[in-house]
Design a protein around this ligand. Structure first.
Ligand code: FPP
Ligand code: MG
Length: 334
């Protein structure tokens, strides 16, 4: 029995079990897309889709889609979930090239395995297939939502790159970046789910906000995990943000309270973040000023907002699980 005291991992496992037929159908579609891809793409894509992620976006879509009063079409749900998961995968393949990371989902990243040129093209192929998944969807809002999310991801990633090394990054700009690069796809998942649930257009917008706030909290926690804060069994490398000169909330909060000399010292430390012991010194200074605590509180505020919307959905085992899913997320460890 899952309850409010269960961990995020346990709740996510039981949420996936609740919508497992939809997820299995989605896996089937994704797997066929990989095996029927052209030679040179197929075996590589098979390897990538074999390394399953947490399936957070598709699980969210299914929980919302199944919380309405109508019984939604399973095939339409699966095509949208496949579109979401493939768009997410394509963006990660490209993101790992941009961030130059070695490990993703516990294994070597695509570009470390096959080189940048092949990895860019495999990412392109996956992106194209993501859009194809919803090409025949009868509600034209669905492909529009997915392609808008792709635009937002790209815009967010460009904003992040334009601001890399910017020690004056504001809180508002940081939120705008993560809204685009992460929350937009989670928002898209929630909106699609609400459409399949047969909700009113007002409720579709409200669910979109719920997804966006959950997505913002998710990325803020992800940024804490990058410092190793609360991390266990992390299946990717730590300190990639600061090593790439990316400022996230803990540092933004530090700069709000520190002196000009301390800011200059922190700036020097961040520029040397790849050297041994430097990340630990950064963490020490951020901890001293409660910057991780403040960051966690920020994530909790967004989660509370998502949670209060989830509570307004029609009561069912799906919406109940959604509530548990949101309330446990701040404690996730990987
Ligand atoms: C992970 O962030 C990256 C994203 C959430 C979005 C990446 C988007 C792109 C590369 C542009 C869009 C590309 C396509 C194909 C549409 P992170 O680096 O903070 O998280 P991580 O620690 O998991 O790498
Ligand atoms: Mg990255």
């Amino acid at each position: 029995m899952i309850s409010s005291s269960s961990s995020f991992k346990e709740i996510l496992t039981s949420a996936r079990a609740l919508v497992q037929e939809d997820l299995l159908r989605t896996e089937g579609l994704i797997s066929t897309i990989a095996t029927t891809a052209p030679q040179g793409v197929n075996t590589r894509m098979e390897q990538l889709v074999h390394r399953k992620g947490k399936r957070i976006r598709s699980t969210l879509l299914c929980l919302i889609a199944r919380s309405g009063e109508i019984s939604p079409d399973a095939d339409r749900i699966a095509h949208s979930c496949a579109g979401l998961e493939l768009l997410h995968l394509a963006s990660l393949v490209h993101d790992d090239i941009i961030d130059n990371t070695d490990v993703r989902r516990g294994v070597r990243t695509a570009h470390k395995e096959w080189g940048n040129k092949i990895a860019v093209l495999i990412g392109d192929y996956i992106l194209s297939q993501a859009m194809r998944c919803v090409i025949n969807e009868k509600d034209r809002a669905i492909p529009e939502i997915l392609s808008n999310a792709a635009n937002d991801l790209i815009a967010g990633e460009i904003m992040e790159l334009d601001d890399s090394g910017n020690m004056n990054l504001s809180y508002e700009r940081y939120i705008k970046i993560i809204q685009n690069k992460t929350a937009s796809l989670v928002e898209a998942s929630a909106r699609m789910g609400a459409i399949f649930a047969g909700f009113s257009s007002e409720m579709v917008n409200t669910c979109g906000k719920m997804g966006a706030h959950f997505g913002l909290a998710f990325q803020i926690i992800d940024d804490l995990l990058d410092y190793g804060i609360g991390a266990e069994d992390l299946d990717k490398a730590k300190f990639t943000d600061i090593a790439n000169g990316l400022i996230t909330l803990p540092v933004i909060f530090y700069f709000e309270v520190c002196s000009p000399t301390e800011k200059e010292y922190m700036r020097t430390l961040i520029s040397r973040a790849s050297e041994p012991k430097v990340p630990e010194e950064i963490i020490r200074l951020l901890t001293q000023q409660d910057c991780f605590e403040k960051t966690k509180k920020e994530a909790m505020d967004y989660l509370d907002s998502a949670l209060s919307i989830a509570k307004s959905l029609p009561e069912s085992k799906f919406s109940e699980t959604l509530e548990l899913f949101f309330s446990s997320m701040s404690e996730r460890t990987n």
